[in-house]
Design a protein around this ligand. Sequence first.
Ligand code: FAD
Length: 465
Amino acid sequence: MGEISQTALDNLRESLRGPVLAPADPGYDEARSIYNAMIDRRPAVIARCVDVADVRAVLGFAQETGRDLAVRGGGHSGPGLCLVDDGITLDLSPMRGVRIDPSTRTAQVGGGCQLGDLDHAAHAFGLAVPAGIMSTTGVGGLTLGGGHGHLTRRYGLTVDSLLSADVVLADGTFVTASQDNHPDLYWALRGGGGNFGVVTSFAFRLHPVDTVGLAVTVWPVNRTREVLQWYRDFLPAAPEELSGFFAVLAVPPGPPFPEEIHGQKMCGVVWCYTGDLEDGSMEKALAAVGTPAPPAFHFATPMPYPAVQAMFDALIPKGLQWYWRGDFFDGIPDEAVAVHEKYGQNLPTDLSTMHLYPVDGAAHQVGADETAWAYRDAVWSGVIGGIDPDPANADLIRQWCVDYWTDLHPHSMGGSYVNFIGDDEGPARVRATYRGHYDRLAAVKHTYDPENFFHANQNIQPAAG
Ligand code: FAD
């Protein structure tokens, strides 16, 4: 496809309040850089939208010029779904306003917000929305995929707190989807990804979360078997106030970890406690952490929730090489334990890791068909991440991830959290993500985007219901 004409660009610039960047413009390379540095794509235009009017203008421009369109929220997707070569990136990053209404305990959140924007604004009122575990992840992509993190066992998935969404559809129509208004779209948005339109604003229910208990326990990697066998029974039976994601990792080179264990391969659990911090209930909930084997290090402290959310930001900043794959699990049989033991001992780089995020507790209290999220029966959402700063290690981390995933997949439920699908997994994996919900999603897609205009995503093909 050739260059977009100067006249067309000038017209677009005139109709937008936000900046429009083409390849020759200063700032273009920064604007096309995303969290995963393994992705190197060159859109023809990056249009930064400040409001719904801008969004509508960019959609019209993409249609007039016949270009592919990608929507950028926080730019955190592993496969770089917010960039298409020679296409248009509709960049929502200027739309980062958050309005908290403490009287109704609701938040109105701009479509380009990062989790840290929401955490910061809500924390001022001792409130929070359950979301992911890093402050720089986009609210947009995370929410539309489902969203899980430290608060999931206590308050459910992010979509379980979504009250409504303002959406600009492919034809430029603006709708607010909620239980009472476009309920089919509201259902699909709660897990169906960016398939249905551009969400310019999300309305969330807030929950009382202020200072929480943060704890980290690590054990030598050669104790993975005992630890994981203990964890698989302990966590699902633990009170919903306690969450803890399991990881294989190399110990980060900094506090709170003592220097003598820096860089050592370990398995561990990052705990978050949202119950009373004064009455000893956290200590009681965590009393068993020494049971499987003596920890190499255990650390527990009260921490403001936004600080917990920002804990990993410096460790894994933007600009690293990433390749990831995921799967859901309803148990961790001994055969799977052996796989974790093997690959945990063979981490290809210090940042590479595997996490098992709990998605039980409150997330299980929502009916299987109430939202597009299709794995209410899963207990963990697992992700294997090959991560390293050096592009020369791209093949190494990719291969480790694929091998680990291939050995583990037979012990999974068959599908992955949509936001953990790798860049080369293909449409069968999207179907596996949505299981019995796929056809219903395809019908909603047919209603709201029959031409599949929004296809830079984990795509659901439109089909009449
Ligand atoms: P983008 O790349 O901007 O967008 C991803 C997709 O969502 C694209 O298809 C895009 O078009 C679409 N999209 C984004 N915003 C909108 C919008 N407003 N309207 C319409 N479509 C939109 N996930 C969890 O659930 N929990 C975690 O704890 C977690 N931790 C993570 C940690 C790291 C370091 C990383 C890199 C990712 C993590 N994720 C987690 C995965 C995360 O949910 C996905 O990467 C998600 O896609 C990020 O959304 P984004 O808006 O930042 O991404």
